[in-house]
Design a protein around this ligand. Structure first.
Ligand SMILES: Cc1cc2nc3c(=O)[nH]c(=O)nc-3n(C[C@H](O)[C@H](O)[C@H](O)COP(=O)(O)OP(=O)(O)OC[C@H]3O[C@@H](n4cnc5c(N)ncnc54)[C@H](O)[C@@H]3O)c2cc1C
Length: 458
């Protein structure tokens, strides 16, 4: 139970505000992106600045209540919210400062990627991130960060230069290669286990207009396209990224009416090499087998980044299952063709994101991200607006995952996992787990920050 007098004092010491059960806006404030998650925190503190975050962390620790930290609220398992505890909501910590000379970007801990893309594009720069603009910079970065620029520029964490953090004891520190390097190592993949990040500093890349977009083929061609894709992407130069998907063509424009609602396979490309060479690069891709839809062409980088946002508005039901994949055997390909054809709803999908190229140049122990030698991060997501379809989504994703799991590398990308237990977290961090657990003990010995893919203090 939280002490009421303490709550009054807490509220008075903030520049932001506190929302509690019964307050207007409580139900809105506790909602996260995944409509399957329905949690009722005791207090939600909407922090206005780092000082508020310090106050909130101290309050949570002193009152001995469960503490959840919310960045963009996108986490599949709802790790940005908790029942009965305190939610430290960072959504107001939003700003993006671009340094065009140093080619760096500093943003607030509650910023979203669409906000970063908007700000950097004006300078002809981009930071590697994910494929949906509403995703939080916080959770995506701390877990790794896979997207359209992974093969060109590495994971998001490979472009992280510095963070400002509030630790479990309320201290504020900077972590970088020079300051608190152990902490800097841990936050590049170790999730929100080590503290609340109030600001991120990234390296940005001179990327303005991509040659990019989706290409679709008939669903019946899944096995053939996947075999071709396997050979292509494992040898492709680093300036081209392409993730493979089984999906349903969305039921509306700009998609041609004759293919709307059809299940297909596809590749979403992003080429960032010299524009004059783009057509030449795509000639063999287009020649291998004529796509039934080819939306690949010059596109401003933020437009590519926001391309799928209208298909996936907040509040849908989402169920995720994921693995890392080292080799895509013919047997695995046959299973993709079989289970891909059974997608239960039009928004459900399976993606294979390449993590070779620049991301593979980093050693497995250089950051906590232990699968640099894998080639893909695979994810099956059952998605639909209707809660009545939950079982269908779960059954399809689980069956698909169970069929492919024996062909996988063992662990999974933490940001694509839901609540899968301790063994799975250990499998994901592999040999890096022990080092993470030691650093956890040093910075959060009592496991204050445990609403995450939790690393237990050694
Ligand atoms: C539609 C959709 C598309 C996605 N696409 C991609 C993709 O292309 N690439 C990719 O890599 N991932 C992708 N993801 C996964 C995404 O990276 C995770 O869901 C991530 O956890 C989201 O971060 P968030 O800040 O929005 O989430 P939240 O739910 O707010 O937080 C997630 C976790 O991170 C912690 N956290 C968040 N911010 C901070 C902070 N500032 N300081 C300390 N801890 C913090 C939270 O405590 C929580 O444990 C996608 C997710 C969705 C729903």
């Amino acid at each position: 139970m939280v002490n009421e007098a303490a709550v009054t004092g807490f509220k008075a010491s903030l520049r932001g505000d506190v929302v509690q059960p019964g307050d207007p806006g409580y139900d809105e404030a506790r909602k996260v992106y995944n409509g399957m998650i329905d949690r009722r925190p005791r207090l939600i503190v909407r922090c206005a600045d780092t000082a508020d975050v310090i106050t909130a962390v101290n309050f949570g620790r002193e009152q001995k209540i469960l503490v959840a930290v919310r960045g963009g609220g996108h986490n599949a398992g709802g790790l940005g919210v908790c029942d009965d505890g305190l939610v430290i909501d960072l959504a107001r910590l939003k700003y993006v400062h671009v340094d065009p000379v140093k080619k760096t970007v500093r943003c607030g801990g509650g910023s979203t990627w669409a906000e970063v893309d908007h700000a950097t594009h004006a300078y002809g720069l981009a930071v590697p991130s994910g494929i949906i603009g509403t995703t939080g910079v916080g959770g995506l970065t701390l877990g790794g960060g896979i997207g359209h620029l992974t093969r060109q520029c590495g994971l998001t964490i490979d472009n992280l230069r510095e963070v400002e953090m509030v630790l479990a004891d309320g201290r504020v520190v900077t972590a970088s290669a020079k300051q608190n390097p152990d902490l800097f190592w841990a936050v590049r993949g170790g999730g929100g286990n080590f503290g609340v990040v109030t600001s991120f500093l990234f390296k940005a890349h001179p990327i303005h207009t991509d040659y990019a977009g989706p290409m679709f083929w008939p669903l019946e061609d899944t096995a053939e396209v996947l075999r071709w894709y396997r050979a292509f992407i494992t040898k492709a130069p680093n300036n081209i990224n392409g993730f493979f998907a089984v999906l349903t063509v969305p039921p509306g424009p700009p998609f041609p009416p004759e293919i709307q609602n059809k299940k297909v396979c596809g590749i979403v490309w992003c080429y960032t090499g010299p524009a004059k060479d783009a057509e030449k690069v795509f000639k063999p891709i287009r020649a291998f087998r004529k796509p039934i839809l080819d939306f690949v062409g010059p596109i401003p980088h933020p437009a590519l980044q926001g391309m799928f946002d209208p298909i996936f508005p907040p509040g849908l039901q989402w169920y995720w299952k994921a693995d890392f994949v080292r080799e895509l055997s013919d047997a695995a390909i046959a299973l993709h063709a079989e289970h891909g054809a059974k997608m239960p709803t039009w928004q459900s999908t399976m993606h294979l994101y390449p993590i070779n190229g620049a991301a593979a140049k980093v050693k497995n122990n250089a950051t906590p991200w232990a699968y640099r030698d894998a080639v893909w991060a695979q994810v099956m997501v059952g998605v639909d607006p209707d809660p009545a379809n939950k079982e269908k989504l779960v059954t399809w994703a689980r069956d698909y995952f169970n069929a492919l799991h024996p062909h996988s590398a063992g662990g999974a990308y933490v940001n694509f996992m839901m609540d899968e237990g301790d063994d799975r977290i250990r499998a994901t961090y592999g040999k890096n787990y022990a080092r993470l657990a030691k650093i956890k003990k040093r910075y959060d010995p009592k496991n204050l920050f445990r609403v995450n893919q939790n690393i237990k203090p050694a």
